[in-house]
Design a protein around this ligand. Structure first.
Ligand SMILES: [Fe+2]
Length: 386
């Protein structure tokens, strides 16, 4: 079976790669960028750093900072209007996954109009959007290299999955020095999100040799370094490895899809506002245990790639170590239970049927090595309520 791979046209990777931005814009023939970011990035000086750099190279820019964490459609509209009225020719997305996801959706709506729900799966976004230069400041979502954006529908609270090659940023700057300021909670959640991308891309029914190698490398970069990168953010080497690992995991899952963890995670995020990486972390051990019987060899490979089992150990021993490690990782990184996070038990159990339907509708559970029924998903939602 062959696999078609979509990647950005340009990747600038490494310390101070952000200095290449003016040259990159010249290569892209972009002359008037809109810098899309958020207040946090502005407060720590990253927005002015980028705009000063542009000004130094006689590139006029403007900024939009009112992006929203886990964006909904309404949050995009002022930026769409600003883009259309301001004569801009590209968007520089500076921030975490939410900023980059917002940029993709703004670039789509600014060029083609309509509502975000017009573009959700099963629609494939082949439409060419405004060129996006993505500069991630957290190591996690991989949005800088994916053809995916997640936007919440304001009417239904659904976290809509929108997907297609049109949504790929044309260029990405992967500068791990920009991730040094991410708070520990965000570094932990986004790091587990990246690890989940790598594991799910590897076991996905849409995996191929190319994405498998990316996913295994990503696991090898993320798993042994995540605790250190979170607990000691000044450890440059750990930060560099996590940033690169998250990026490679993004390339892997963008081309091989995610699976059941992400399928079940989005409804938890939409209904109970649990951050994306955290809800993945809450689900990952139990969903992995559910899926192992259908792909024990692949999950054993994950354990070996993560450095928690060696190649002489049997698959059975390796997958037991994997489950143990995923549970321990959540404990070490302070991932709360759903109840500890503040999800109300009655509301949660009342929502199981709807959440299971939304999980299935996203298509992601269909990529899982063990494809669950709706009843299986409901049982798994019950199980993760600790
Ligand atoms: Fe994710």
């Amino acid at each position: 079976m062959s696999q078609r791979i979509y990647l950005p046209k340009y990747l600038d990777i490494g310390a101070n790669a952000v200095a290449n931005l003016p040259l990159l814009l010249a290569d892209l023939r972009c002359k008037k960028p809109l810098v899309l970011s958020d207040k946090v990035m502005d407060n720590i000086g990253n927005v002015s750093r980028i705009r000063d750099l542009l000004a130094k190279h006689d590139i006029a820019s403007d900024q939009f900072l009112d992006t929203m964490t886990e964006p909904d459609e309404a949050s995009l509209l002022p930026a769409v209007e600003l883009f259309k009225s301001g004569g801009f020719d590209c968007i520089i997305a500076l921030g975490g996954g939410s900023v980059i996801d917002s940029a993709k959706a703004i670039g789509l709506l600014a060029k083609h109009g309509g509502r975000m729900r017009d573009y959700k799966v099963p629609h494939i976004v082949n439409e060419e959007i405004v060129p996006i230069v993505a500069i991630p400041t957290t190591a996690g979502t991989g949005s800088e290299v994916t053809k995916v954006t997640i936007i919440t529908d304001n009417d239904t609270d659904e976290k809509m999955l929108c997907m297609g090659p049109g949504l790929l940023p044309v260029a990405s700057i992967i500068d791990y020095e920009l991730s040094m300021t991410a708070p520990a909670r965000i570094a932990a959640d986004t790091g587990i999100d990246a690890l989940t991308h790598a594991i799910e891309a590897y076991v996905s029914q849409k995996a191929g040799l190319f994405t498998e190698q990316l996913a295994l490398s990503a696991m090898g970069l993320i798993a042994p370094n995540l605790r250190e990168a979170v607990n000691n953010p000044k450890n440059l080497l750990a930060k560099e490895k996590i940033m690169l690992g998250a990026n490679m995991a993004g390339m892997a899952f963008s081309n091989a899809s995610v699976a059941l963890v992400h399928g079940m995670s989005r409804p938890i995020g939409a209904h109970f506002h649990v951050p994306h990486g955290m809800s993945n972390a809450m689900l990952l051990p139990d969903i992995t245990e559910f899926s192992i019987p259908s792909a024990i060899d692949k999950y054993a490979d994950c354990a070996r790639a993560m450095g928690i089992a060696d190649k002489h150990e049997s698959d059975k021993v390796a997958v037991a170590a994997l489950i143990e490690e995923l549970v321990q990782l959540n404990a070490d990184l302070g991932v709360p239970s759903l109840a500890e996070f503040g999800v109300k038990e009655a509301e949660y159990f009342d929502s199981l049927d709807l959440m299971a339907e939304q999980a299935i509708a996203s298509g992601s559970p269909g990529n899982n090595p063990k494809v669950p029924s709706k009843e299986d998903i409901i049982q798994l939602y019950r199980k993760v309520w600790h």
